[in-house]
Write a protein that binds this ligand. Structure first.
Ligand code: BES
Ligand code: MN
Ligand code: ZN
Length: 501
């Protein structure tokens, strides 16, 4: 299967009607929050539906079947008094202070449920108390929840359907649809098999996405990487017959004058991580098609930023390589002179992501961006520290890291910062014969020593590293998403870009 550009998406439209009880559709979805632990049915669409159905929702709440809790999803078939096949009531949790993830997850939960069968039309009713941001996130969540992992399955488990949003701001719906398409692009790239998505085909996909969305796109092939002195990414790629690529995507918002980028996004794109000669055991290798999730998120965020026409200058750089064990594979004890001149001693070929990023970070550093953010499925240690749902943050500039964290939390992507004390961690990556080595002393603090390695290549520019080894890929489904690629950090990066420029 050849990867194509932006995934096709069924139409997402807006209807200005306020008479939710009169709507005709296969299904009607309403959102219910909780107040003091009980479903809040006293206002808005919930009150209207409750009245039209003769107090159905009130009875369900009284019977303890409906609380308005996050994750709650009640499908009521053939509801009396309504013109729809089913009414889906989804909980969003406490109204205030509301969990920023709630609208995204609630809408995704509803559409994931409904997509189990083909539908011709589904109406979702925006909560009148949502902010424009929350409406956008709900619209994005609805677009994401209905898409599963059926890339190659004859019998689809999810069938996407057209959606009409009621009582929602048309601009917010349009923006949310674009954000949802971005998340789905990243998910699909991660879910594709590693024999289809390899450095050259990923780069070709990036070029197609760039052409679709108006991004500039430059692809550095092997010869160009040699000319540019990108010996670090080339070393990682040596064990594969598929040579590495660096992709540079550029964007300048309408009317924005030329100048250095406000933001540089950088993504780890190891299209398959076998571990190289430090070979992974089969269990650990099975999901390593996900090791390009940082590059997928970076590409998808850049595409979305362009489709939203945000008023910034952006560069997005993808470091694409396959980590294999072929006859020319890089070896333990090898010393690599990275593009920056820093020498790297290879102690473990499975710590390859940081070596790839060394050159990519050096390339974007040379463009003089105001801030750098990289996304990488970098370390198992980060998953040990924070679990599978929370991304690790690491920085050389607290104010910049705070902006990244604020953006991520605003859209409900959980992140947590880990320390970078120079006096404690800097010595741990000193090499025996070279400037640095590619693992720490022993396995302790492995997520931090990896970040310390990256820090050596950003040249003092404000930089935040986001380790998405946990959240990028879900081995099991959750109520709001099927397993596989999650599109982690696409929404966070788009939100970050909105606050810049
Ligand atoms: N891609 C892996 C990290 C990873 C692990 C991502 C689990 C997603 C889920 C990375 O290249 C790697 O292998 N890291 C090693 C580093 C070690 C050799 C210092 C690890 O985490 O074990
Ligand atoms: Mn590895
Ligand atoms: Zn890796």
């Amino acid at each position: 299967m050849t990867p194509d550009a932006m995934p096709p998406q069924p139409p997402i439209t807006v209807d200005a009607t306020t008479k939710v009880a009169a709507v005709t559709a296969d299904a009607l979805v309403i959102f219910v929050c909780s107040r003091d632990g009980r479903a809040d049915l006293g206002r808005g669409p919930a009150a209207a539906i409750d009245a039209a159905t003769g107090g159905l929702l009130t009875r369900l709440a009284a019977a303890g079947e409906l609380h308005g809790k996050p994750g709650e999803c009640l499908a009521l078939l053939a509801p009396p008094g309504l013109q729809v096949g089913q009414l889906v009531v989804v909980g969003t949790g406490a109204a205030a202070p509301s969990d920023p993830a709630a609208p995204y997850r609630a809408a995704a939960t509803a559409t994931r449920h409904l997509a189990a069968k083909p539908r011709t039309a589904v109406a979702l009713v925006a909560d009148p108390d949502w902010t424009a941001r929350q409406t956008e996130q709900a619209v994005a969540g609805a677009a994401v929840g209905m898409v599963g992992q059926d890339l190659f399955r004859a019998e689809r488990r999810r069938t996407p359907f057209p959606v009409v949003w009621l009582g929602a701001d048309a601009g917010a719906v349009e923006r949310g649809a674009r954000i949802g398409a971005g998340v789905n692009l990243a998910r699909r790239l991660v879910n594709m098999p590693p024999d289809d998505i390899y450095p050259a085909s990923f780069a070709a996909t990036a070029a197609a996405v760039a052409a679709d969305t108006g991004l500039g796109c430059e692809i550095w092939d092997e010869a160009r990487l040699v000319r540019e002195g990108c010996r670090a990414i080339l070393a990682v790629g040596k064990g594969s017959h598929r040579s590495p690529r660096i992709v540079l995507l550029t964007y300048r918002g309408p009317g924005v004058p030329e100048g250095p980028p406000h933001l540089a996004l950088v993504g780890k794109g190891v299209t398959f991580d076998s571990g190289g000669l430090s070979l992974k055991p089969p269990d650990g290798m099975l999901t390593m098609k996900c090791d390009m999730a940082g590059a997928a998120a970076t590409l998808a965020a850049a595409a979305t930023i362009a489709r939203l026409g945000l008023p910034i200058r952006l560069v997005a750089a993808l470091g694409l390589a396959e980590n294999m064990t072929g006859p020319a594979a890089y070896k333990l004890g090898d010393v690599i002179r990275a593009r920056s001149g820093t020498t790297i001693e290879v102690h473990n070929t499975d710590a390859e992501g940081r070596i790839v990023l060394a050159d990519v970070l050096d390339v974007v550093r040379g463009l003089g961006p105001a801030g750098i953010v990289d996304a990488a499925t970098l370390t198992g240690a980060c998953v040990v520290a924070l679990g599978t749902e929370v991304a690790g943050l690491f920085t050389n500039d607290q104010a910049w890291c705070d902006r990244v964290a604020t953006a991520a939390r605003a859209v409900g992507e959980p992140v947590w910062q880990l320390p970078m004390y120079p006096e404690i961690y800097d010595d741990l990556i000193k090499g025996e014969v070279a400037d640095i080595k590619n693992i720490g002393d022993g396995r302790w603090g492995g997520a931090i020593t990896a970040a310390k390695f990256l820090e050596r290549f950003v040249g003092g520019i404000p930089w935040t590293h986001v380790d998405i080894a946990g959240p990028a890929f879900a081995e099991k489904p959750r109520p709001w998403t099927d397993g596989g690629g999650s599109g982690a950090m696409v929404r966070a990066f788009v939100e970050l870009a909105r606050g810049l420029g």
